[in-house]
Design a protein around this ligand. Structure first.
Ligand SMILES: Cc1cc2nc3c(=O)[nH]c(=O)nc-3n(C[C@H](O)[C@H](O)[C@H](O)COP(=O)(O)O)c2cc1C
Length: 182
């Protein structure tokens, strides 16, 4: 029997976490409901400030809606080609802490998608796109739809490593200090 204390699954989990990258090119194939549900199960276990869980997930699969979101916020154009998007709608009651909660949540969605062999990419809906996207999705006044995650199977190009392993991040030697900053 294996468990997370076994070296093998532990290493696999860490490897998955290290290889989370944005992949913005998707094949047209749809993503099975079971995989979306698995990702949502991981998402709902995200910790949040005071365990408020101030979020609702809108699963969007309709290509017309995905295209309209991309048109409202061109920096998230990748969503137009996605098989699905998880749009994170935050309750809006405590914006500062919810911003942190939202980041934790989005990262878990990316990790789960990567573990399941899916391509994924964050999109941050620009302020000018907020009202059109809220109207498209029927988001009530006061709630905030800002982050979405595009999901799908990667194209052949998208499945290739984006850079030499380790090259896209600053090295630990530059990032870590011990005991004191200086
Ligand atoms: C808060 C936040 C907002 C982001 N917004 C967008 C976005 O609007 N569109 C996009 O294509 N990528 C977006 N990204 C993805 C980053 O550009 C990406 O994670 C970063 O460049 C590192 O690349 P990698 O994920 O491939 O390693 C966002 C990431 C974060 C954390």
């Amino acid at each position: 029997m294996s468990s997370m204390t076994d070296p093998q699954p532990t290493r696999e989990l860490l490897r998955t976490m290290r290889r989370v990258r944005s992949v913005r090119a998707f094949r047209p194939d749809s993503v099975p409901d079971e995989l979306i549900t698995e990702i949502l199960e991981v998402a709902r276990w995200t910790g949040s400030g005071s365990n408020r869980q101030p979020w609702t997930f809108v699963v969007v699969r309709d290509p017309a809606t995905l295209g309209a979101i991309a048109a409202a916020s061109p920096n998230v154009r990748h969503v137009a080609g996605a098989a699905a998007a998880l749009v994170i709608v935050m309750d809006g009651g405590m914006p500062e802490i919810e911003t942190f909660d939202e980041g934790r949540l989005a990262e878990r969605i990316l990790v789960a998608a990567t573990a399941l062999g899916l391509a994924s990419a964050i999109g941050w809906i620009v302020p000018a796109g907020a009202a059109p996207v809220a109207a498209l999705l029927g988001v009530p006044e006061g709630r905030r739809a800002r982050t979405l995650v595009s999901l799908g199977y990667p194209t052949e190009e998208g499945a290739k490593p984006k850079s030499v392993p380790g090259a896209a991040r600053r090295p630990l030697a530059e990032l870590v200090r011990f005991e004191r900053f200086s």
